[in-house]
Design a protein around this ligand. Structure first.
Ligand SMILES: [Zn+2]
Length: 209
């Protein structure tokens, strides 16, 4: 009986803290002059930051060391950058590399002209073969937790095609869908997203070993 409970405890511990020692950078989309997509006074950059803060706590509770590319309403460009947006993205890549991240997660919110589109989705670039594995694990978890019909797709955007550290772009949902717009600003829904992402990340590390 005692042996059984010791075994059970170790099993539970392994299951709950298995991001121990992993370094994860959350790339908080947009910021400052760049609001991302918006609806009225609801800006993507603000929701990205809110979700990222919840995600940071959630990953830290699972044992990970977590960095965020920004923790306030600012972008990363320097006053010397002739092209502000490119400078911002370039510095995000440097940040991810300098932190010696095991992986990065870019947090964004989607927009589509057809308002019925909804659900979280994941995009990746094949610069690192692990990106697809990470994307599959995250998307699989999203399908379980949100019954979404969205699928894993590829992206050729600058940041993703130039970052060698494994990572993906997560579009957490659609600001263009009224119901999802409300949910994305809701604390408990943000936590649901964060928990789902944490599970996907754990499964990724289990898969790559
Ligand atoms: Zn965005």
């Amino acid at each position: 009986m005692l042996l059984l409970s010791v075994f059970t405890l170790q099993f539970i511990e392994a299951k709950t803290v298995n991001l121990k020692g992993k370094v994860i950078t959350i790339d908080v989309g947009h910021g400052g002059r760049d609001s991302g997509t918006w609806y009225g006074k609801v800006y993507e950059k603000d929701i990205n930051l809110e979700i990222s803060k919840v995600l940071k706590k959630t990953l830290e509770n699972a044992g990970a060391v977590v960095y965020m590319t920004r923790d306030k309403d600012d972008d990363l460009s320097s006053k010397w950058d002739a092209r502000k947006k490119r400078g911002d993205l370039y510095r995000r890549i440097l940040f991810i590399q300098e932190k010696k991240s095991d992986l990065y997660l870019s947090i964004h919110i989607n927009w589509f002209n057809n308002t019925w589109h909804r659900g979280p989705e994941v995009l990746y670039h094949s610069i690192n073969p692990n990106n697809k594995v990470l994307g599959e694990n995250l998307m699989e978890q999203f399908k379980k937790d949100f019954q979404t019909k969205r699928t894993l797709t590829t992206t050729d955007l600058y940041l993703y095609r130039n970052t060698r550290v494994p990572g993906v772009l997560i579009e957490c949902g659609f600001l263009s869908n009224a119901d999802e717009r409300r949910l994305l600003q809701d604390k408990s829904y943000q936590q649901k997203l964060a928990t789902s992402i944490k599970k996907g990340v754990m499964n990724y590390f289990l898969e790559i070993g």
